[in-house]
Design a protein around this ligand. Structure first.
Ligand code: ME8
Length: 544
C-alpha cells in the first residue's frame, strides 16, 4: 500500500521476460538464478523484496512459431510458459510474481502507458522505412546491416550483431520521438554512473547515444501482425512487441494503479543482447511518461557452447532441467554463479561442472563439515566449548596454541561478510564465491595444521584445545553456510541444520563470527548438533 515508506527498505528485482518461441536453456536459467540470488540476499538482509520473472508472448516471431506448430497462439504460449514455470520451480527460483504479457492486467498497463505517451505528444502517426529483423524483433540503422549469402547462395542483408536476416520495411505506423530524449538520457547516465553495470556496458550505452538516434516505430499494421495488443483508438495497428514487453516491469509493480513502492526501487537483470532496449528505449519511454527510471540495469554476458552463443538455430542448446537432474539443482546454481562472469562470455561443458563441484562443494566444503562433525573428532556431537586461553583474541605466548596463520584465518573470516556483501551487491557473485572458497581452504588448513586427531583426550589441556579447534571450525562453517544461502539454498540448509543453527539464526544480522572473541556469549556453545542427514554434496562420477 502507499503508506509503506522507503525506510522499510523495499527492493524490486526483475529478469527479462522470456520469449515463448523456444524452450528454456541454461542462459535463461542463468538470468533467473542471478536474480534469485539477489532476491534471497536482500531478504536475508531484512528487505521486503519483490522478484518478478515471466514470459514475453506477443509479436510476429511467436505468431509464426505458433503457426508452424499448428496451434492456437494462446494455447501455444501457455504450453511454453508452463515449461519456464516448471524449470524455475525445479531450480528453487523463488519469484514472487510470474507475468505473462497475454494477461489482462498487462494489457491495461500497456494501453495506459501508450495513452500517456500519446497525450504527452511523444507518439505521432508517421511512415517508417528501414531495415527490420524479425528474429530479433528490432530495427536497424544502415551501419548495423551488412552483406551475406543465404544457404542457397543468394545475396542478403543481415544484422551485423546477430547475423539474422533483415528486410526492408515500409509502412504507415506510429512513431515514438526517441530522438527527443538524447540529452535527458545522457544527463541520467552522467548523474548515475552505476545505472548500468558493469562499467563496460555503461560505456556501450554512452557510445550508442553518440550515434544517430532516429525515432522508433512502435506499431505494425494489423495485416502484418495480429498477435499483440491493438493500439488504443486504432485497431488497425498493433503495438510493437518491445514496447509491450518492457511495460511488464510496471505491470508487476501495480501500474497504472499505485506502483511507486516497487517502481522506485527497481533493479533489472538482463543479458547483454538486450541492453539497448533496456538502457535506451525503456528509459526514453519512462521519461516520456514522466515516470522514474530504474535504479540499476545489471548486465551479464552469455553462455556459449563450443565458442558459439547457445541458440535453437545452432542446435547447441544445453537443457537446464536435464543438467539439474544430473548435477543437482544446487550444483547447477553453484556452477552458473561461480563460473559465470558478468563481463565476459563463458563456455559451458559438463566436464567443467563436474570438476568444479567435486573440488569446491564435495571435497572442500563437504570435507570440512565431515571433519568437524565426525564422531571420531566430535564424539559428543555438540558445538563444543571455546577456550580463550588456548586461543586468545590477541596473538600471545602463555598457554596459547594458536599460531600466526590461525590469526590470519580469523581475520579473513571476520571480514568475509563485508567482502561477500560488496560482491553480491554488484552481482559479482563469482568473486563472493571465490572469497568464501578461499576461507574454506584456510579453515581446512587450520585443522590440517593442528592435527586434532593426534591430541590426547586424557589430557585436559589437549581436550580444551581440541574443543576449541572444533568450535572455531564450526563457527567458520556457520558463516560460510549463512553466506551461501542465496546461491545454494538446499546445501546451506543442510549444513546449517547439521550445525544445529535454527531458522531464526540464519539472517545477515546473526552473522557475528566467533562471539567469544568479542566478549559476547556464543549462543551455539554446548548445543547439540543437528541430526546427520548424509553427505553435504556427493561426488559426481564420470558415467553420466
Ligand atoms: O530477449 N547466455 O527474450 P529471450 C546467457 N523477450 N543468458 C542468456 C543466453 C545465453 N546464451 N541466452 C539468453 C528476449 N539469455 C525478450 C526480453 S524483456 C522486457 C524482453 C538470457 O527469450 C539473457 O538474460 O531471447 C537474455 O537477455 C535473455 O535470456 C533473452 O531471452
Amino acid at each position: 500500500s502507499s503508506s509503506v515508506s522507503q525506510d522499510e527498505k523495499s527492493y524490486y528485482i526483475t529478469t527479462p521476460i522470456f520469449y515463448v518461441n523456444a524452450s528454456p536453456h541454461i542462459g535463461h536459467l542463468y538470468s533467473a538464478v542471478i536474480a534469485d540470488c539477489l532476491h534471497r540476499y536482500k531478504l536475508l538482509q531484512g528487505f521486503k523484496s519483490k522478484f518478478a520473472t515471466g514470459t514475453d508472448e506477443h509479436g510476429l516471431k511467436i505468431q509464426q512459431a505458433a503457426e508452424a506448430a499448428g496451434k492456437d497462439p494462446l494455447v501455444f504460449c501457455t504450453d511454453v510458459s508452463e515449461r519456464f514455470k516448471h524449470l524455475f520451480s525445479c531450480c528453487n527460483i523463488s519469484h514472487t510474481d510470474f507475468i505473462r504479457t497475454t494477461e489482462q492486467r498487462h494489457r491495461e498497463a500497456v494501453e495506459h502507458l501508450w495513452s500517456v505517451l500519446w497525450n504527452n505528444g511523444f507518439i505521432y502517426k508517421g511512415s517508417y522505412e528501414g531495415w527490420y529483423s524479425t528474429p530479433d524483433e528490432s530495427f536497424l540503422t544502415a551501419s548495423q546491416v551488412g552483406d551475406a549469402l543465404d544457404p542457397s547462395g543468394k545475396e542478403i542483408k543481415v544484422s551485423l550483431e546477430s547475423g539474422h536476416k533483415v528486410e526492408w520495411m515500409k509502412e504507415e505506423n506510429y512513431m515514438f520521438r526517441l530522438s527527443a530524449f538524447r540529452s535527458e538520457l545522457l544527463d541520467w547516465l552522467s548523474a548515475n554512473p552505476l545505472a548500468v553495470q558493469p562499467e563496460r556496458f555503461y560505456q556501450d550505452v554512452l557510445q550508442w547515444l553518440q550515434e544517430d538516434l532516429p525515432d522508433l516505430s512502435v506499431s505494425r499494421q494489423k495485416s502484418r501482425l495480429q498477435w499483440g495488443i491493438p493500439v488504443p483508438g486504432d485497431p488497425e495497428q498493433t503495438i510493437y512487441v518491445w514496447l509491450d514487453a518492457l511495460v511488464n516491469y510496471l505491470t508487476v509493480a501495480g501500474y497504472p494503479d499505485e506502483h511507486s513502492q516497487w517502481w522506485n526501487v527497481a533493479h533489472h537483470i538482463i543479458g547483454k543482447d538486450i541492453l539497448k532496449f533496456h538502457a535506451i528505449y525503456w528509459p526514453a519511454f519512462l521519461l516520456g511518461a514522466g515516470l522514474p527510471l530504474p535504479q540499476t540495469i545489471h548486465v551479464h554476458s552469455h553462455w556459449t557452447v563450443g565458442g558459439k552463443k547457445m541458440s535453437k538455430s545452432l542446435g547447441n542448446v544445453v537443457d537446464p532441467l536435464e543438467r539439474s537432474q544430473m548435477f543437482t539443482t544446487d550444483g547447477m546454481r553453484y556452477f552458473l554463479l561461480r563460473q559465470g562472469v558478468p563481463d565476459s562470455d563463458c563456455d559451458y561443458t559438463d566436464a567443467k561442472v563436474m570438476k568444479l563441484l567435486n573440488a569446491e562443494l564435495a571435497d572442500s566444503l563437504g570435507g570440512l563439515l565431515n571433519r568437524c562433525t565426525a564422531p571420531a573428532l566430535n564424539p559428543a556431537q555438540i558445538y563444543p566449548h571455546f577456550c580463550s586461553q588456548s586461543f586468545p583474541s590477541e596473538q600471545s605466548s602463555g598457554q596459547s596454541r594458536a599460531v600466526a596463520e590461525d590469526y590470519h584465518m580469523l581475520e579473513a573470516v571476520k571480514n568475509l561478510p563485508a567482502v561477500v556483501e560488496q560482491h553480491y551487491d554488484t552481482l559479482h557473485v563469482y568473486k563472493a564465491l571465490e572469497a568464501i572458497g578461499a576461507c574454506v581452504r584456510q579453515t581446512n588448513g587450520f585443522i590440517q595444521r593442528h592435527k586434532p586427531w593426534k591430541l590426547d583426550r586424557s589430557d585436559c589441556k589437549d581436550q580444551r584445545w581440541l574443543d576449541t579447534i572444533i568450535h572455531v571450525s564450526l563457527e567458520c562453517l556457520r558463516v560460510y553456510g549463512t553466506l551461501l544461502q542465496p546461491v545454494v539454498p538446499e546445501i546451506s540448509n543442510k549444513l546449517l541444520s547439521r550445525l544445529g543453527v535454527r531458522p531464526g539464526e540464519r539472517s545477515w544480522a546473526a552473522l557475528m563470527f566467533l562471539p567469544k572473541h568479542q566478549g559476547v556469549n556464543c549462543p551455539f556453545e554446548g548445543r547439540a548438533l543437528g541430526s546427520n542427514s548424509g553427505v553435504l554434496f556427493s561426488r559426481l562420477e564420470k558415467n553420466h
